[in-house]
Design a protein around this ligand. Sequence first.
Ligand code: GLU
Ligand code: MG
Length: 462
Amino acid sequence: MDVEGIRRVVARAGDASADLIRFLYVDHGGVVRGKSTSRASLEQRMATGIGLTVAMQAMNMLDELQSVEGMGPVGEVRIVPDPDTYVDLPYAPGAAAMLSDLVRLDGEPWEACPRSFLKEAVASAAAEGIALCAAFEPEFLLARRETDADGERRLIPIDESLCFSSTGFAMAHDFAVDFVRALEAQGMVVELYHPELGHGQQELSIHHGPALTAADRQVWYRETARSVAWRHGLWASLAPKPLAEQAGNGAHCHFSAWEVGPDGGPGERNRFFDAGDRYGLSELAYHFIGGILAHLPALVALTCGSVNSYRRLQPQHWSSAFVCYGDDNREAALRIPSPMWGHAEASANLELKPCDSTGNPYLALGGLIHAGLDGMRRRLDPGDPVNVDPATLSERERRRRGVARLPNSLDAALDELERDDVLMEALGPLRRSAYLAVKRSEAVSFGAHDAAYECFEHALRF
Ligand code: GLU
Ligand code: MG
């Protein structure tokens, strides 16, 4: 037990007069859930955790409980918060929150805890001499929610502004400034903000960090975007396609692999960097790319975790639809971003485009690490980069270059995941059976409805 951490958190909650402290986790449906404790019970609850029925990891994003062995009505785990993640919630005065692990009654990590999955992946990477840094780069829709006379629910974008246009800045200004301040108050460093292509679409990026921190920040980001919007009477939706006819929302994942520093986290040297290479990438980085490409059709079942995800992954929408990598190629699933002037080593990284905010960030990043490590261990060669739009190549040429189409539905991605021994092994029996059951059930449920229902229901939750 982290006695010092508990003491720190209790003191901070007292200083901030936080009367409710949320213990949050992300479920297999990708939904952020949790329970909260009063300040009076905080110290005890930090030590004992808060009880959670094991069935919650068999719940899908429509609150339809699936039948999964080991996740029935009998049995409990504990939601145990990580004191290092404590934040006072700027958008919920009087409340604070922490991100949590799901822990068995004997104190061991539960085999269906997503955050523990990422911690295990980080440990496997450390054993290979690398520590990942990452940042998710979410896009989202800012909209008003309306119900028309015949009960039809709609999201109306706050503007019809053009890509990067000054009108877009003006229309979203009050929200954008509050959003930046709220993220910074929680310790995140904001990098860039702009109105994106779609009507009402926003993009704001935050600074990268060690893998676990990056996944934690993705949770805080999602919570903050939506909550700040609500306080402005608006809805922020990070769903991949909240509006079927508008540009999709990615949450591209930027990542790099560093030597392991003395504290076990990323050290000084970027192991993806090689000044002598035409793209500034090391041999290790190419093997990592090879691993990600080899597992990508299965990996997207984790990084693009919803039915709605596959509405976004279309050719020529800058979201990527093909398994390839390329130099600053925004149609390639893995983009090698050009280096920043004067910061070549610090900025050497890769960007995974088939990634969105419906994926559980812990499973997504953990899966990405396992895929990359497999490439390193097997010294996989990713072949030549594709430096044209892959959609403009003939079928034959794509086949010759080994450029396959990404799965075009959640079910197709889950089929790939089931065939992928490396990812299935990494997930382990309980987690993979629960994840597959939950995600298969979402495919069935949304299969019985039209696109408008699917888009709206995802927009409500993500
Ligand atoms: N909105 C695009 C996507 O769905 C990304 C556009 C861009 O920032 O390149 O991923
Ligand atoms: Mg963008």
